[in-house]
Design a protein around this ligand. Structure first.
Ligand code: 0X9
Ligand code: ZN
Length: 404
């Protein structure tokens, strides 16, 4: 990362401003990383600007927008400060030998997450590990199947995945805490007994590894296509790569863009394998929840166009309303629910459009966890557990809805 990179928030006041700002970012794609987009005037755009371009872009943007403020003054410094804090906490704990030593209040490395899965399997007889596929670089993508031998017949399965975008660390961290809670706290016994779960806590492991070693803010996979000049031209946006309405609106044909849809649908090993898994289990999967961050949204299909809805839109609306109410009740955190394209922006080739439109899964949501852009992808470790409590509350409502 460039020294002195900053996170800016720009609120375009009308359509004209919005369009010229969006075009400006397209022209300057090598110097900006869009953390949060909008298609609606009056709503914020969060953009990280490369340190060497801060002065130039600020001057140019001054003529396009009147509402620009610096949210993170030095992104690199913040990442460094968080890492230092984390290492201090780590060195204070004893070696990780069993689950009781596991610290849910800090972010973990890919190896530690894998180790956590192994410990969960070792400790709980109702949990099995299964392999979903492999990544581009050959790492195993594993999942946990949680299935109790309860008396319930014809149990339905809830599928949960996290970290398809590898900079969204909160997704894996909160999924881990949530399922540990479901497995250990008898208050949630019905959540194990009334449904089964497929949990895939870490999809984009290549990218996740890269966020630990090279670039904390990497989003895409790590697959290599044509040999292009810049670092950003590696990889594909795995949440634009699903083969339904692939390469439609809100996905980029430019390999150097962060929303690059790839050379064809399912070009990415991670996405292709996940699709096989879901296809093979579609008869038992009742709901798909794909966990992302940030923005605090509960989004249902379709995402590829305005005005495109699943037949059971009303069910999604009711469920969205109830889940966000339960999430709010925990810490007063506000989530917004709705159809994805209308609620935030149009984008095609996303997980839940395929799971709804092709696999025919009944209930499909993309969750965008905390925050609203204060830290964005760099959500502090202290917020892991509070955010995970909200996720658990949403799952409680979901299970109650599926298997009352
Ligand atoms: O753009 C995405 O893939 C998701 N947002 S993120 O910041 N996590 O990258 C959102 C996908 C959900 N749908 C719509 N935006 N319509
Ligand atoms: Zn995401």
């Amino acid at each position: 990362m460039q020294k002195g990179s900053q996170l800016w928030r720009i609120v375009p006041k009308d359509r004209f401003e919005l369009e010229s700002i969006n075009n400006f970012f397209v022209e300057n794609y090598e110097k900006v990383d869009l953390w949060r987009e909008t298609r609606v005037p009056g709503r914020p755009i969060d953009v990280m600007v490369s340190g060497d371009a801060v002065v130039k872009l600020r001057t140019a943007l001054a003529s396009l927008s009147t509402d620009l403020r610096v949210v993170i003054d030095d992104v690199e410094e913040l990442i460094f400060a968080q890492q230092t804090e984390r290492s201090k906490k780590r060195s204070a704990v004893k070696e990780l030998k069993d689950l009781s030593d596991f610290d849910y209040t800090i972010y973990h490395t890919p190896d530690e997450v894998e180790e956590w899965m192994n410990m969960i399997v070792a400790e709980f007889t109702e949990v099995e590990k299964f392999q979903v596929g492999v990544t581009y670089e050959g790492r195993k993508i594993n999942g946990l199947k949680i299935a109790t031998n309860s008396t319930a017949t014809n149990k339905q399965v809830v599928y949960v995945d996290a970290l398809i975008h590898c900079r969204e660390w909160i997704t894996t961290a909160s999924v881990m805490w949530t399922f540990h809670q479901i497995l250990t706290d008898s208050t949630y016994a019905n959540m194990k007994n009334n449904v089964d779960w497929f949990v895939i806590p870490m999809i984009n492991i290549d990218g996740f590894t890269y966020t630990h070693t090279d670039n904390r803010l990497w989003r895409k996979t790590r697959s290599k296509g044509v040999d292009l000049h810049a670092e950003g031209c590696t990889g594909v946006d795995a949440n634009r790569n699903w083969d339904y309405m692939w390469a439609g609106d809100g996905a980029s044909p430019n390999p150097c863009d962060i929303t690059y849809h790839g050379p064809m649908g399912f070009s990415e090993s991670e996405v292709r394998h996940l699709s096989y898994f879901i296809e093979n289990n579609k008869d038992v999967i009742k709901a798909v929840i794909s966990v992302h961050s940030y923005g605090q949204y509960l989004l249902y299909p379709y995402n590829y166009a305005l005005g495109a809805y699943p037949d059971n839109q009303l069910e999604h609306d009711t469920l969205g309303t109830n889940m966000k109410a339960a999430m709010f009740a925990i810490n007063g955190t506000q989530y917004t629910h709705g159809q994805g394209a209308e609620t935030i922006y149009v984008c095609s080739g996303v997980t839940t459009d395929w799971t709804a439109g092709v696999a025919g899964i009944d209930i499909n949501f993309t969750f965008e966890l905390r925050d609203l852009g204060e830290y964005g992808f760099l959500l502090p470790d202290e917020q892991i557990v509070p955010n995970a409590m909200e996720l658990l509350a949403a799952f409680e409502v979901l299970v109650q809805h599926i298997a009352p």
